[in-house]
Each structure stands twice: as C-alpha cells, then as structure tokens.
Write a protein that binds this ligand. Structure first.
Ligand code: BG6
Length: 485
C-alpha cells in the first residue's frame, strides 16, 4: 500500500532539521517503503519545485555523509509535493483534501498527518481534518502524529486529548517523544529483558538510587520566547526524563507490543506518590544560568529555571525507598544523557579492618545514551602487588566499537513505526496525563519561588545548591561526562 505523509508546518524548523532528513536517510538506506509521498502544507507560498530546492539545501546541512547525490535526491524529490494554505481556513484544507485525492488517484493509501506546527494549531488542524472526513479509514489507515509540547499542564493535556479523541481513535494517535527513538533508550529494554543477569539485581535490595541526567551545553539561544514560558520542567522533564524513568523502572511487559509495553510504563508513573504540603519544595532544586536574562525573548527579571533536579519515589514492591534523581539543564559543562544505577555497598567492609563505613565508591552501571552510546559497569579490583589495595575499574560496551555503520537518528525508526502503525514507542493518552500529574506540582512550586532562583555559571553542573541538596541526602552526583567517547 502507498503511504502519504502530510506535514503541517512544512516550512518550520522541525520539518527541515529533523523530519525530511530522517525520511531522506530512510530512503538512502533502502528502508523507506516504496511509494511514499511527502506532502507539505503551510502558509508560505511555494511551488513543489521551490519546496524541493529549499529542502535539498536544508537536508545538505542536516544529514551526515555529505550532500545528497543527484541520483538519490531525484528519487526522493519525485515523491515530494507542496500545498500552500492556512490551517484556519476551511477552503484551504479542502484544497489539501483534493490535492491528496489527486496524488493518491483513488487507490488505497495509508496517511500520516504530522502536526509539526506551533502547538496552538493542533486543535484547529484536528478539527479541520475531522470536519472534512479526513480521519475516515475507508481507503486506508489514517494516523496523526502530535509533537511535544503536549499541553502545558494536566488540564490542557486533557483538553487536547479530548479534542483528538473527538476525531481519531486512540490507536490512530501517535504522541511522539524523540527520546524513545534513540537506539540506546530502546537498548535499556533489551539490556533488562533479553538478559538474565541484570534483572535479579534491578530492585531495592541491590540498588541504592538512580540518577538520570540530560545535560546540554547549548543555551536557549533563539528559542527564548518559547523557552521562557516552558522552562526546563515542561521542556525536558514531563517528556524526555520521565520516559527514561519509565523504561528504567518498568516491569517486564507480558509481550513486546504497544498495549502491554505502555501498560507497564504507565504503572510506574501511577506508583509515584502525590506530594503533600512542603514536600515538593524539598524534593527539588532549580537553577538559571548566568546570562539567561539577556537571551532574546526572555522577560526581564524572569525566574524561569534552565536547570532542575528533582527526586521521585516509586512506591511499588520493586522500588519502594529507592530515590530516582532526575536532572537536566542548559549551559552545562558538557553534553550527555546518562542513566546511572547506583548500587548499594556490600554488607560488610572486609578490606579496611576496623572501619564500619565504606570509603569506596559503590558499584555503578552507567548507560550513556549520548553523545556516544554504550554501557559501563564500575566495580572494584585488587591493584597488583602486596596488600589488599583496591581500585574502581570498569567493563565497557560501546555501540560504535561493536557495530559498524551509522546509528539511525531518533526520528527514523519512529517515522517507520508510525507508517507501520506500531505505537509501542509513543505515549498513550493516560501516560501523558500521568506525566503532567507528576510534574505539575514542581511547575507550580517553581513558578512562585520562595527565594530567587539560584544562578549558576555556564559550564557548571547547575547551581551549587544542587550539590548541597544531594550531599544533604548522603549522596553525590555522578558528574563524569562523557564516560564513553
Ligand atoms: C527538545 C527540547 O525536546 O529536546 C530542547 O525542546 C532540547 O530544548 C532537545 O535541546 C534535546 O534533544 P537531544 O536529542 O538533542 O538530546
């Protein structure tokens, strides 16, 4: 069956930086299903050829391995079409419907409507598609992809879900979080559930705490207008960090398919107890990098956090009493996304007679998701020579050393999944609502800070309050970056 991918917001950044390069890479790798068309829709008046030319130029900048060669590009460009129009005008959506019908020539085709617009247009597009019968599946599957941000809090997320469900069935809705398309995020599932050696220790008996860090060197830059209303909690925690938390903490699904996987993920969020009273103030630290207030689009005196660290508990049999520390920031010392499983100390200090407490670091399993993908296991070894001197050493697995070839960009497998109707790696309605339930108390608390938001120097690991907060809990952040290169 042919596929038509309709991109709303075709002249936007996401389309040129991520979506089209991902589709091009799929075609180049021979993975894009034959007869796939891409139809762009946005207000900018362009012809098919003008859009193709502008995409060729942007794709050249955003794909690895040099500019597209003429042959591959002409095969790709032959499937690219453009329809100018205003989302808010019914007549323009009707023209789009006619254009799609003409391109599909009455043959069965699966359609993906990709909402790559600003979020305020999600509802009008969905309403328009519904009113014009474009969600009807009599000539092939109809699916809609909704980008983040999915709402700005629980209430707006619920409203958006209600609008979507007014037109599409849940099985047709794909809420995308590109972190789930990253190879090493999916590998956490393989690590945990394709092996027997990790699962027996993956619980409160052996694990002291878990740290999930997404550190970025970049600053807010040109995105100040958006970022100042979002802040780090909405931009990174509600989606990417909670997704990482869910795959780290979930139980094994009964089978590897969308409903079973997503059931287990939601249960993790459901097990996070609600915060009461002052608890939320003590369960996190915010920060803002020096210089943020000078970024274009940022309100004078803004208190928006660009850094956050929060502690969540998961009250179930596996995790009760094990804190999960989630941390993310812009203008940090280096770019890394990593999950650090911090194990308990052994029951007895055997190698330091007379001491009851440990002065050695405990075992760790570090899953590095980016910049380089891989895993490191930290454990103690005897230093050769006399006496029982110990040193922390590691076992390492690196994707690039193990596997030849390029690692696909996150959008590539996700776009294929949508085309094939596999929703395993997409957020379900209840999942996004639960994630807002977890994050909303922090958003409210940090929006009305009791003290000015702590400032940190760019190039640090957030404000020193974050280290002090960790130390007060008897722990230290794992600030090595990157552990794998
Ligand atoms: C986006 C955020 O969702 O994720 C950005 O809006 C952030 O602020 C980006 O920079 C990080 O994605 P990645 O894949 O570069 O880690």
């Amino acid at each position: 069956m042919a596929h038509t991918i309709v991109i709303f917001g075709a002249s936007g950044d996401l389309t040129s930086r991520k979506l089209v390069p991902a589709l091009y890479n799929l075609l180049r790798a021979g993975s894009l299903p034959p007869q796939t068309r891409i139809v762009g829709f946005s207000r900018t008046p362009l012809s098919d050829d003008e859009w193709r030319a502008s995409l060729r130029e942007s794709t050249t900048r955003h794909v690895e391995g040099g500019p597209p060669d003429d042959d591959t590009w002409s095969r790709f460009a032959a499937g690219i079409h453009y329809q100018p129009g205003d989302i808010g005008r019914v007549a323009d959506l009707e023209s789009l419907r006619e254009r799609l019908a003409a391109l599909e020539r009455g043959a069965a085709a699966s359609r993906v409507y990709y909402l790559a617009t600003a979020p305020q247009f999600y509802e009008p597009v969905v309403a328009g598609l519904g009113a014009l019968g474009m969600a009807d599946e009599s000539t092939g599957p109809r699916r809609v992809v909704v980008e983040k941000p999915f709402g700005t809090d629980l209430e707006t997320a619920r409203t958006l879900n209600t609008h979507l469900h007014g037109v599409f069935h849940e099985r047709q809705i794909f809420r995308i979080d590109h972190y789930l398309g990253k190879e090493s995020v999916q590998n956490i599932l393989a690590l945990r559930f394709a092996n027997t050696i990790f699962e027996p220790v993956w619980n409160r008996r052996y694990i002291d705490h878990v740290q999930i860090t997404v550190a970025e060197e970049v600053r807010v830059g040109r995105r100040g207008g958006y970022y100042d209303t979002a802040g780090v909690l909405r931009d990174m925690f509600q989606n990417h960090l909670l997704q990482l938390l869910m795959v780290t903490a979930m139980e094994a699904p009964v089978r590897f398919e969308a409903t079973a996987v997503r059931n287990e993920k939601v249960k993790v969020l459901e097990a996070i107890p609600a915060f009461r009273g002052d608890d939320v103030a003590n369960a996190g630290v915010a920060g803002q990098y020096r210089g943020y207030l000078a970024e274009p689009g940022v309100a004078p005196g803004s208190q928006t956090p660009t850094f956050g660290a929060i502690r969540l508990e998961i009250d179930n049999w596996r995790w009760q009493g094990v804190p999960f520390y989630l941390r993310s920031g812009k203008a940090m010392s280096c770019r890394t996304t990593q999950i650090v499983i911090g194990f308990r100390q052994p029951p007895l200090e055997l190698f330091n007679a007379g001491r009851r407490t440990f002065h050695r670091e405990a075992n760790r399993l570090v899953v590095q998701i980016q910049p380089a993908e891989g895993i490191q296991l930290h454990f103690h070894t005897k230093v050769p020579g006399a006496g029982m001197r110990l040193r922390l050493t590691d076992l390492e697995f690196s994707y690039s050393r193990e596997f030849a070839g390029r690692i696909p960009e996150a959008y590539e497998p996700l776009l294929l999944d949508v085309m094939q109707g596999d929703a395993s790696l997409f957020a379900r309605a209840d999942e996004v609502e639960q994630s807002w339930k977890v994050i909303d108390p922090f958003v409210r608390e940090w929006a009305a800070p009791r003290q000015p938001v702590p400032v940190y120097e760019p190039g640090n690991w957030g404000p020193h309050e974050s280290d002090a907060w960790m130390a007060a809990q008897g722990r230290t952040w794992f600030d090595q970056c990157p552990v794998l290169t």
